[in-house]
Design a protein around this ligand. Structure first.
Ligand code: VGL
Ligand code: ZN
Length: 202
């Protein structure tokens, strides 16, 4: 049984948003077409409280994209993004939501970031996504969404670790930075992930 996991297709990650992923809007038609090929579609939503510890604005003197230590974990600082209940946190208006059966929100703890849909960055707390998918009999997880080098990558990595077969739908993702994505791709391949194109998903 396969499931489609839609990662963070939210306004702030789309051109015009505060943490725009180049070409992020181009994936939406592909993602919409993909949904009918799956019995189960699940989404994640980056959902930060205002003043989240991953925001550069929470650290006087620091700038977005600098690296800091956040309570013992390395942290890239980001522009404020996906603040709970703001328009930037909403799914892209063109994203077809009617087949999304569950939404897993992450990044709600102000003290720790959460790129993966499965765990926070310290692997301290689970979101419940693993049990949800297992409970539905899912064996194969197909990933699409934003950003390829952050939340899609970390979700894919955790999905592999949790024992799922992982299919990364490459043309239904976009990266923040090409170098980071190239490295992430190599690592996922080495751990058994498969990279596929949307047209090849049946
Ligand atoms: C993401 C950076 C910060 C993502 C979320 O969805 O890839 N990236 N928060
Ligand atoms: Zn975030």
């Amino acid at each position: 049984m396969k499931a489609l996991l839609l990662i963070d297709i939210q306004n702030d990650f789309i051109p015009g948003g505060t943490l725009a992923v180049p070409g992020g809007d181009a994936i939406v038609p592909l993602v919409n077409a993909l949904q009918s090929r799956f019995e189960l579609v699940v989404a994640t939503q980056d959902w930060h409280p205002a003043g989240h510890g991953s925001f550069a604005s929470s650290h006087p003197g620091q700038q977005p994209f600098q690296q800091i230590d956040l309570h013992g974990l390395p942290q890239t600082l980001w522009p404020d993004h996906c603040v709970q209940a703001t328009p930037g946190a909403e799914f892209h208006p063109a994203l077809d939501q009617h087949r999304i059966e569950a939404i897993f929100r992450k990044g709600t703890d102000p003290t720790i970031d959460s790129y993966s849909g499965f765990f926070d960055n310290g692997h301290r707390k689970a979101t419940g996504l693993t049990e949800y998918l297992r409970g539905r009999g899912v064996t194969d997880v197909y990933l699409a969404g934003l950003a390829a080098d952050y939340c899609v990558y970390f979700s894919a990595k955790d999905a592999l670790e949790q024992g799922f077969q992982v299919f990364f739908i490459e043309d239904a993702t976009r990266a923040i930075a090409a170098e980071g994505y190239a490295q992430a791709r190599e690592e996922l391949l080495a751990h058994g992930a498969q990279f596929v194109q949307a047209a090849d998903v049946r």
